[in-house]
Design a protein around this ligand. Structure first.
Ligand code: SF4
Ligand code: SF4
Ligand code: FES
Length: 240
């Protein structure tokens, strides 16, 4: 999560008013505070409905910015799941905890200091030496609210397959939950970001050209080519 994202901490926010309860409402706890809200609302909306005001740093509310990460325990379930509060509908008996841990990455680099694409793999292992130590414990996959195969992406990057690795992370919102679940401190989401960056930096071609080539490959677009008779052209030019 970037430093300008604000972590939601409702413990420091005063509730303004009690809202009225209706039949379709559910009761849940958010950071151990009991809240009643319609089941059609997201966790974030439920907070507002219950009287907690909007404060600065409200995120995208659309599953994109990753700033509303929450841990969730559903009624009668012991397992904790990681979710995005703006995307999660409230349920009866649910316990929700906003994640407030700070997770700065310890991996820094400048793409401009990587001379050529031949150096990318060596640089990757210098920048992310822990990546090779991946335990394949599935912790990052379980932590990811976007359902990304994080472990698979790290594995591809370790093997130098950065384009494929980067594609695994297309939906990543940099919520950092996979970082918190990694016992090897790999920072898997930053492995994904690195993979996408180097792919763009060293390999991007114009997308319209790629689309046209793909259309030709699949037969969607047919191209008629004419052989040019250079000798007769030269002759004609010479004759004129
Ligand atoms: S890959 Fe990591 S940072 Fe990206 S969405 Fe999943 S848990 Fe969040
Ligand atoms: S949590 Fe870390 S060690 Fe475990 S699979 Fe993911 S990247 Fe590998
Ligand atoms: S507020 Fe942006 S992902 Fe939830």
């Amino acid at each position: 999560m970037s430093s300008d994202q604000t972590i939601i901490n409702i413990d420091s926010i005063e509730k303004k008013s009690d809202s009225k309860q209706s039949k379709s409402d559910v009761t849940l706890t958010i950071n151990a505070k009991e809240i009643t809200a319609p089941a059609t609302l997201s966790v974030i909306q439920a907070l507002w409905h219950a009287g907690y005001p909007r404060v600065k740093g409200v995120g995208c509310l659309d599953g994109v910015c990753g700033s509303c990460r929450v841990m969730v325990r559903r009624a009668d379930e012991s397992e904790l799941t990681m979710e995005l509060g703006c995307q999660l509908l409230v349920e009866e008996g649910m316990s929700v905890f906003f994640s407030v841990f700070d997770t700065p990455s310890r991996h820094s680099y400048k793409l401009s200091e990587i001379d050529t694409s031949w150096d990318v793999q060596t640089e990757f292992h210098r920048i992310f030496p822990e990546a090779e130590q991946c335990r394949h414990c599935n912790g990052c996959n379980k932590a990811c609210p976007k359902g990304i195969d994080v472990e698979g992406g790290v594995d591809l990057a370790v093997k130098g397959r950065f384009r494929e690795a980067g594609e695994k992370f297309i939906d990543c919102v940099m919520c950092n939950l996979c970082m918190t679940g990694c016992p090897e401190y790999i920072d898997p989401n930053h492995v994904g970001l690195f993979s996408r960056r180097v792919t763009g930096y060293f390999h991007t071609r114009p997308s319209n050209l790629i689309n046209q080539l793909e259309a030709i490959r699949t037969g969607e677009l047919s191209v008629v080519t004419h052989a040019v008779d250079t000798q007769s052209s030269d002759l004609e030019e010479g004759q004129s």
